[in-house]
Design a protein around this ligand. Structure first.
Ligand SMILES: Nc1ncnc2c1ncn2[C@@H]1O[C@H](COP(=O)(O)OP(=O)(O)OP(=O)(O)O)[C@@H](O)[C@H]1O
Ligand SMILES: [Mg+2]
Length: 318
C-alpha cells in the first residue's frame, strides 16, 4: 500500500502562559494514496492542529516538537521554508471551515483563484490566469462567468466551491478539508461532499477530511482516524470501524451519532475531554471509559495492530 503521507510520532505543543498544551501527541499513521481519510473527534481533540502541522502552518505559540511527516519521500519537517511554500497549494492544499474569512470580500473571486496560478509561476499574465480561474470554477460546478462576482454575490455553498477551486487549481496530490461544511445546511453539505469525492477521482487526489461528525465521515471515507486528547486512538478501514469499533471511545462516538446505529437510543459519552495542559495519567480516556480496568489509570496503552487497524487501548494489549 503506497502512502501519500506518513506521520511518524508527530507531536505539536502550544506553549501558553498557563502551561504546555499537548494538542497532538505522538501520532503515527499512513494515509494511503488515492483514499478519503477522515479525522474524527470532539472539539479540542487536536484535529485542526494536526491538519496545520501537515502544512507546517501551526501558529505561535504552537510548535511541532517532534516527529517526521513524510510526503513523496521527503520529510516535510526538515524542508527549508522556501520549499515548503512551493508545496503548499501545489502538492498539498487546504480548505478551511469559513469561506467568508478565507476569501477577500473586496476582490472578485476569479482574481483570487487567479492568484494561485500567478503565485506558483504557472503564468505571469493576469488575463491568462483569469482564463484558468474560469476553468477552475467550471470544474467545481460554478459557471465560468462568475469570475467577476464578489464573494457576497455568491451563496455560502458557492463560496465554499470557490475555495475548493483555488485549492485544487494546481491539482494537488493531497487536499485537506477542515470542517468544510459545518456552516452549511445538510443539502448543500452533501453536494460539497459529492464534489470532493468527484474531484478526488478526477484528479487522483487523496483527501483528508476533518470533522466532528462521525456519521458524515462514515458515509464518505475509506478510512477513519479517531482522535481523543491529541492521540489517534483508533485508525482503520471505515467498514470495520463502524461494524465493530474496538476502542470504547469510538463506540461512544458511534452510539451518539443518530444516523449510524439507527434505532438505538442515543447515548452520548458522559464527562468531558481532559485539559490537555494536564492530561490524566495512563490512557487519556480512562476517566470516561465504561470499560476501564486495572492498568488504564497507570500505564499508557501502546498502539496495537488488530487486523488492518491500529488501536491504543489496554483491552487489546494483552
Ligand atoms: N493558538 C492556540 N493557542 C493555544 N492553544 C491552542 C491554540 N490552538 C489550539 N489550541 C489548543 O489545542 C488543542 C487542540 O485544538 P484544535 O483546534 O486542534 O482541536 P480541534 O479538534 O480542531 O477542535 P474543533 O473541533 O473545536 O475545531 C485544544 O486544547 C486547544 O485549546
Ligand atoms: Mg478544528
Amino acid at each position: 500500500m503506497e502512502s501519500v503521507v506518513r506521520l511518524e510520532d508527530v507531536s505539536v505543543h502550544y506553549y501558553t502562559f498557563t502551561g504546555v498544551v499537548k494538542a497532538v501527541d505522538r501520532v503515527t499513521l499512513d494515509i494511503p494514496r488515492g483514499e478519503f481519510v477522515s479525522f474524527v473527534g470532539e472539539s479540542g481533540s487536536g484535529k485542526s492542529t494536526l491538519a496545520l502541522a501537515l502544512l507546517r502552518l501551526v501558529p505561535p505559540p504552537g510548535r511541532i516538537v517532534s516527529g517526521r511527516i513524510v510526503f513523496n519521500g521527503m520529510d516535510l519537517l526538515s524542508l527549508p521554508e522556501q520549499k515548503m511554500r512551493e508545496l503548499r497549494g501545489k502538492s498539498i492544499s487546504m480548505v478551511f471551515q469559513d469561506p467568508m474569512t478565507s476569501l477577500d470580500p473586496v476582490r472578485k473571486v476569479g482574481e483570487q483563484i487567479a492568484d494561485v496560478y500567478i503565485e506558483h509561476g504557472v503564468t505571469t499574465d493576469m488575463e491568462e490566469a483569469l482564463k484558468l480561474a474560469r476553468e477552475a470554477l467550471e470544474m467545481v460546478g460554478i459557471p465560468g462567468d462568475r469570475v467577476n462576482y464578489y464573494p457576497h454575490q455568491l451563496s455560502g455553498g458557492q463560496r465554499q466551491r470557490v475555495l475548493i477551486a483555488a485549492a485544487v487549481a494546481l491539482k494537488p496530490s493531497l487536499l485537506i478539508a477542515d470542517e468544510p461544511t459545518t456552516a452549511l445546511d445538510v443539502i448543500v453539505q452533501a453536494k460539497i461532499m459529492d464534489l470532493l469525492e468527484d474531484l478526488m477521482k478526477e484528479l487522483k487526489m487523496s483527501v483528508i477530511l476533518i470533522t466532528h461528525d462521525i456519521a458524515l465521515a462514515a458515509e464518505r471515507s475509506d478510512r477513519i482516524a479517531v482522535m481523543y486528547a491529541g492521540r489517534v486512538v483508533e485508525y482503520g478501514p471505515v467498514d470495520a470501524i463502524i461494524e465493530n469499533p474496538l476502542h470504547p471511545y469510538t463506540r461512544g462516538l458511534l452510539e451518539s451519532a443518530p444516523d449510524l446505529w439507527g434505532e438505538k437510543r442515543i447515548k452520548g459519552i458522559p464527562g468531558n475531554p481532559p485539559d490537555l495542559r494536564n492530561p490524566p495519567r495512563g490512557c487519556p480516556f480512562h476517566p470516561r471509559c465504561p470499560r476501564r480496568f486495572d492498568p488504564c489509570d497507570k500505564d499508557e496503552p501502546e498502539y496495537v495492530k488488530v487486523d488492518d487497524r491500529i488501536v491504543s487501548c489496554h483491552l487489546y494489549t494483552r
